[in-house]
Design a protein around this ligand. Structure first.
Ligand code: GRF
Length: 193
């Protein structure tokens, strides 16, 4: 099979802090002919995070930035994104909040995926909170990023049934299956594919 070269695709960076399963999923999606994006860069705040192995595995450039100095880190990132002609940022388990200044100055779209039915359960530890509140449904959401945490316009959402026997780990696994479905779907949606 001939994979598309990525030349005509929108240059995209994925920001990660952890496992990187959404990153891996987006990379695989980006190689399909139907994908409007190519993944050209991976950025992390955590040089030890597991997800960075996908940079080597898929031969994608990676860069690590120290968010203890956020203003400086964001300034450097904006420079890199400009140089690399990146037009789309996909946050995928990125555990830092981007500043208003960064969002305003990036010349493109910024998306995030969150494991809940936003606007419910913003922030961390969603599955635990969903179970404690005995919710019948949970889900996952792809949304635009604004300076307010998990609050930008919703692009796509999937509702998932919670079973009485679900533990946070079981729920996380169940939700992740749909995260991997809706992130590519949301990208197709915003590019009218
Ligand atoms: C996902 O559940 C995502 O929705 C949330 O962080 C988790 C990242 O998982 N923002 P992974 O690193 O993509 O495996």
């Amino acid at each position: 099979m001939v994979e598309s070269s990525g030349n005509k695709k929108l240059k995209t960076v994925v920001f990660i802090s952890g496992k990187g399963s959404n990153l891996c999923n987006l990379i695989k999606f980006s190689k399909k002919k139907i994908s409007p994006i190519s993944i050209d860069l991976i950025i992390s705040n955590n040089q030890k995070c597991k997800g960075l192995r996908y940079a080597k595995a898929f031969k994608i450039k990676k860069k690590i930035f120290d968010f203890k100095k956020r203003i400086l880190a964001e300034k450097k990132i904006l420079k890199v994104l400009k140089k690399e002609k990146i037009k789309l940022i996909c946050l995928a388990g990125f555990m830092k909040i981007l500043s208003q200044n960064f969002i305003k100055n990036f010349n493109g779209k910024i998306l995030n995926i969150h494991p809940s039915l936003l606007p419910k359960y913003k922030g961390l530890d969603t599955h635990n909170r969903v179970l404690k509140n005995k919710e019948k449904y949970t889900g996952c959401t792809v949304h635009y990023v604004t300076p307010k945490l998990d609050s930008g316009k919703i692009i796509l959402q999937k509702k998932i049934k919670v079973n009485l026997s679900d533990t946070p780990q079981v729920l996380a696994k169940k939700v992740m299956i749909y995260e991997h479905k809706i992130y590519p779907e949301a990208i197709l949606k915003i590019f009218n594919r």
